[in-house]
Design a protein around this ligand. Structure first.
Ligand code: GLP
Length: 261
C-alpha cells in the first residue's frame, strides 16, 4: 500500500487526477469507479478543469458508482447517481449512457445487485476505483463486519453513518435512507487500482487503523492491504495519527520519475 501525504486536499486532488489522466490517455476504453461524499470533490473539480482545457476526454470512458441509496426516486437530489452527475459527469463529455449504478429503486434488490456485478464484469472490470473512508472505516457502504469477500448487495447503514450523511439533507437523519446497495469489499478489490482519498482530522483515526492494521472486518478499509495496487492519498490533518509518516513523505518525494502512483 502506498501512502501519499499532501499539504492539503487540493494537492491530493492533483495526485489523484494525474493517475486518472494517465488512465484516460493510455486506455482506449477506460473504466472508472466513482465515489461520492466530499472527499473526491477536489479531484472532480481538477478533472473538470483538465477537461475544459482540452487535456483529457471521457468520451470513450465508462463510469461505475460505488454505491446507491435504496428508495430514492430517479433524480432525487441525494441519490448518488444524481450527485455524481452534478459533481462530475454532467460537466465533462462522458456519454450519458456510460454512467452505471446499482438500481436502488426496485423491489428486486437482490437481482439489481447481481445485475450490477454482471455489468462490471461485462466491461472487463474497473480500471481505477476512487474511494473515500467513513468515520467508522467503511468503504463504499460496507459497514464494519462486512465480509472481506462480499459482493454487491443490500446493506443496512449504521446510525453513525446516517448521522454523518445527514449533513447533505439539512441535518435531518430521517431523510437518510437506512438501506443501500453497495459494491462489496470483494468487488472493490477486483479493480486494477484503488485510490482512497481522505482529508481532515475526523479521518485521522480510521486512516491510522486502516493503514497500520490489523486487517479486520471491523475496519473495512483495512482490506486495501489485500490489494496489490492501493494508494492512500491524505492531507496532513488525516495523517495526524499515522506512524511512519516521515517515511511515507520521504518515499513519495524521492519516487523515481518513471514510477507513478
Ligand atoms: C459515504 C459514501 C462513502 C464515502 C463516505 C465518506 O458513506 N458511501 O463512499 O467514502 O461517505 O464521505 P466523505 O468523503 O464525505 O467523508
Amino acid at each position: 500500500m502506498e501512502i501519499v501525504i499532501t499539504p492539503d486536499p487540493q494537492a491530493a486532488a492533483v495526485v489523484a487526477a494525474d493517475a486518472i489522466e494517465r488512465l484516460l490517455l493510455n486506455n482506449t476504453e477506460p473504466v472508472l469507479g466513482l465515489a461520492t461524499g466530499s472527499s473526491p470533490l477536489p479531484t472532480y473539480q481538477e478533472l473538470i478543469a483538465r477537461y475544459r482545457s482540452g487535456r483529457i476526454t471521457f468520451a470513450n470512458g465508462r463510469a461505475f458508482l460505488l454505491d446507491e441509496y435504496v428508495g430514492l426516486e430517479v433524480g432525487h437530489r441525494e441519490a448518488y447517481r444524481t450527485f455524481i452527475q452534478r459533481e462530475l459527469t454532467d460537466q465533462v463529455d462522458l456519454p450519458a449512457n456510460a454512467l452505471f449504478g446499482p438500481d436502488g429503486n426496485t423491489v428486486e434488490l437482490a437481482t439489481a445487485a447481481e445485475r450490477y456485478e454482471q455489468l462490471i464484469s461485462d466491461v472487463g472490470g474497473i480500471d481505477l476505483q476512487l474511494l473515500g473512508i467513513g468515520s467508522d472505516g467503511h468503504i463504499g457502504f460496507n459497514e464494519p463486519t462486512s465480509s472481506l469477500g462480499s459482493r454487491t448487495r443490500l446493506k443496512t447503514l449504521t446510525d453513525a453513518t446516517r448521522t454523518d450523511n445527514a449533513r447533505f439533507s439539512d441535518d435531518d437523519i430521517s431523510a437518510v435512507p437506512r438501506h443501500v446497495l453497495t459494491q462489496g469489499i470483494g468487488t472493490i478489490l477486483e479493480a486494477d487500482h484503488l485510490i482512497l482519498l481522505a482529508s481532515g482530522a475526523s479521518k485521522a483515526r480510521p486512516i491510522a487503523q486502516a493503514v497500520v492494521g490489523p486487517l479486520m472486518a471491523m475496519m473495512p478499509a483495512s482490506a486495501l492491504h489485500l490489494h496489490p495496487h492501493a494508494t492512500v492519498i491524505i492531507d496532513e490533518a488525516a495523517a495526524e495519527e499515522l506512524s511512519h509518516s516521515d517515511y511515507y513523505r520521504e518515499a513519495f518525494a524521492n519516487k523515481p520519475a518513471w514510477q507513478h502512483i
